[in-house]
Design a protein around this ligand. Structure first.
Ligand code: FAD
Length: 436
């Protein structure tokens, strides 16, 4: 174990113990996979650098609450330096990785010299995918990053301000919010938007006919929450409709324009706010690294999560085409990334001890989605299923447990309690200068 004897040598970056340089591990990405790997390597006789383009970790399962004013961005975005501060051998770097020289074993960043590595962990996640549908990238807002969430919040609030100033805009769709994609993110966002409008904005905007506001969820398949059981799917549909969400199933979005969305059934929805949750693809890093990719763009990995022919390079999380023991691709979920992070940390330590690596085995502990106040579905192994209030309480508890940092947990808990008791959403601030 690494103790107080370790220190950073010469250039201030290399860690040494007793004058000997430690093997260097570079982790690209401080998301669920990268942070878990870094923490699992804390205290090991390794010199670890975790690089991210942001100085914070994004707890993406709660992004929709930032987008709907229930939480502030800081509440779900602990600083990366703060997370690794207790680990003397782990250093955080804020930088964008733009190339990797696999022969020289160096990671090239935008704001300083290359970072050499002995072991490399690629954990750069995924980005939103528009599937080539016209107008999506220009006119729809994805919900993938913190910037997206604050932009959605500002856009929704700005539309209410605009309609309040000029009610004629309501006929042009100013208060119509179209959400594309009926997966967990789309369902959670629609439920929260509907509650924000009905319970909070209706009181904020005293002279506006807020009843004319609409949340429309468009899903191209015939069900919501495609990976859940039919019972949970039906429950989600019922709960969303009860909250006034206009759910349109079995219809695809054909094009998005500045002031309308066109559907495949030849209907047009006038709107100036389309939110895209319909799909993600692996980080484009997978393209420029020149490594073998799947059709979905993820990097092909061996069962131990290393890149074929490069045993010193690991790929985890949404960027990796990892499979289960039956050869089925693993889903792009936080627990897959976290378990992958722990696995590669163990593998690096094993290899440093001269032992071989083991295959990665993902243990599915269940999935959840919340629809709104006292409405959620939770599906656990052995066909255990909760809905309604019990599902909602499990959802709340689990998300609190997985949030990183005691302060964040306390702040989120206090916010949730306040929002529950007061029917409030305290973060109704327009922060972006987005004037569209
Ligand atoms: C809105 C939303 C809700 C979700 N809800 C759930 C949920 O409820 N449950 C669940 O299990 N999963 C959920 N997911 C999926 C889950 O967030 C991902 O599966 C998980 O984040 C993948 O972890 P990762 O480490 O692979 O990537 P990420 O957590 O996305 O982290 C990637 C990191 O890499 C950094 N990065 C990218 N490119 C570069 C670069 N060139 N240079 C430097 N840094 C870079 C990024 O800034 C980011 O911090 C949700 C996702 C979204 C978008």
């Amino acid at each position: 174990m690494l103790g107080g004897r370790s220190k950073r040598a010469g250039d201030g970056r290399r860690l040494t113990v007793g004058g000997v340089k430690l093997p260097q591990v570079v982790i690209v990405g401080a998301g669920f996979g990268g942070i878990t790997a870094a923490k699992a390597l804390g205290g090991a006789p390794l010199d670890v650098t975790i690089v991210d383009q942001h100085n914070f970790h994004t707890f993406s399962p709660l992004l929709y609450q930032v987008a709907t004013a229930g939480l502030a961005s800081d509440d779900i975005a602990p600083s990366v330096r703060g997370i690794v501060q207790p680990d003397p051998n782990v250093e955080a770097r804020m930088a964008t990785v733009h190339a990797i020289d696999f022969e020289r074993r160096e990671v090239q960043v935008d704001n300083g010299p290359s970072i050499p590595y002995d072991w490399l962990v690629l954990a750069a996640g995924a980005v939103s995918s528009d599937f080539g549908i016209p107008g999506v990238s220009e006119h729809a807002i994805p919900l993938k990053t913190m910037a997206d969430a604050t932009r959605i919040r500002s856009r929704v609030l700005r539309r209410f301000e605009a309609a309040n100033a000029n009610p004629a805009l309501v006929d042009q769709g100013a208060l119509t919010f179209v959400v594309a994609g009926g997966g967990p993110t789309g369902v959670e966002l629609c439920g929260a938007l509907a509650e924000l409008i009905e319970k909070v904005l209706a009181k904020d905007f005293k002279h506006l006919d807020v009843n004319r506001a609409q949340v429309v969820l468009v899903e191209m398949t015939d069900v919501l929450l495609g990976t859940f059981s039919p019972r949970s799917q039906a429950e989600a549909l019922r709960d969303l409709r009860q909250r006034g969400v206009d759910v349109r199933l079995g219809v695809a979005i054909q094009a998005v324009e500045m002031s309308a969305v066109h559907l495949a059934d030849n209907t047009t929805i006038p709107t100036t706010t389309t939110i895209w949750t319909a799909g993600v693809k692996a980080n484009p890093m997978a393209d420029w690294l020149g490594l073998e990719q799947t059709e979905r763009g993820e990097i092909v990995v061996l069962p131990d999560l290393t890149v074929p022919g490069r045993p010193e390079v690991f790929v985890i999380g949404d960027l990796a085409a990892a499979k289960d023991r039956h050869g089925k691709p693993l889903p792009q979920l936080a627990p897959v990334a976290m378990q992958g992070g722990r696995h590669v940390a163990r593998s690096i330590k094993r290899r440093e001890r001269g032992q071989s690596t083991r295959p990665f085995r993902y243990i599915n502990k269940g999935t959840m989605a919340t629809i709104g106040r006292r409405a959620a579905v939770a599906e656990l192994p052995f066909r255990i299923r909760f809905g309604g209030t019990l599902g909602w309480l499990s959802w709340l508890g689990l998300h609190l447990v997985f949030l990183i940092g005691f302060r964040n947990r306390v702040v989120v808990l206090v916010n949730w309690a306040w929002n529950y008791v007061k029917w409030d959403r305290g973060n109704r601030v327009i922060l972006t200068d987005d004037t569209d």
